[in-house]
Write a protein that binds this ligand. Sequence first.
Ligand code: ATP
Length: 372
Amino acid sequence: MYTESAVSRYGSAIAVPGGGKPMAGALVGMVEQSVAIRLRGLTRSFGDVVAVNGVDLDVIDGEFLTLLGPSGSGKTTVLRMIAGFERPDSGTIELAGTDVTSVPPHGRDVNTVFQDYALFPHMSVQRNVEYGLRVKKVPSADRIRRAKEALAAVRLDGYGDRAPSQLSGGQRQRVALARALVNRPKVLLLDEPLGALDLKLREQMQVELKEIQRDVGITFVFVTHDQDEALTMSDRIAVFNEGNIAQLGTPSDVYEHPATAFVAGFVGTSNLLETAAAEAVLGRPGTWSVRPEKIRLLGADEAVGHGQHAVRGTVREVVYVGMSTRFVVDLAVGGSLMAVQQNSQPITDLSHLRGQDVQLVWDTQHEYRVGE
Ligand code: ATP
């Protein structure tokens, strides 16, 4: 059970400078913010594989920053280097302004939550959460109080006496989170912590985890390969590709203004107008991106409004996905685009449009030039 008082008590006990609750917008344009983690020129190879290739990154105090990227792009290696489990070949790691590059994991003020969170099965939830404090020889009364506060912060008030086997997957994951939070780290590193949960629970936990982070005000660095998860939870996202950060920005920055064709494809559906198609439709060279939900379908003969671009094509695929319908349209100028429409009309079976000639129309403000 969530209790406001316990959470605020817990939050204040952590004493994060500045309250630690920046909104996404507040992160942009503020000049002096304290930096929780500073990575410079971070590089790590395994044999011939360059896992991390000169990463520079500042994580702001109290923010929820996600490392997003495909499998093998170097996210986990960066996280492990921040935690101290892996040593960089070159580059530096600072935590709260102190160089910790050579400091072992236990000397760093960070905690890590893994996907495989393995609770001790023979211990109650309360004792699982207390474990780290017991190791540190924190006196019993203090230990019990802090574990209760941590459980309240993850909305598990009153679950202390249960065994882990009596909890759902999401509840077990929250115990793992409480076990990390109880140490009051400045920074919490989370490596795909929701990966083992089914989709529904995962979506629910995404919202909850973000709320918990706001309440406790700790800096979260979260690793995932799931773009929806990253967009849902993050203040900022660092999109990784082949050991480098391809783009760093707020979720809307990254989604609406992808810096490279890779980012456009990895975050959302890659909907690109390239070279010849761009010339023909937009009258401009280069590669351009238009997100599917910005595109409307019009009949082949319907008039197009001012400030809009239109392209002719033939509907190849109509895919009903519940809330919306996706159309894949082969363009007369070559290539294809996807359009998505909400199923807000009474008739939602639009499969008869397959094979029809249509126009795809969008406001010119929704076209974005994409780097290479
Ligand atoms: P995933 O989402 O699959 O966990 P990731 O983006 O976190 O991927 P890393 O785990 O950081 O990627 O791996 C980056 C690259 O380094 C991969 O090619 C991986 O095979 C390699 N690598 C990572 N750890 C080791 C290791 N201990 N020994 C050898 N190669 C490794």
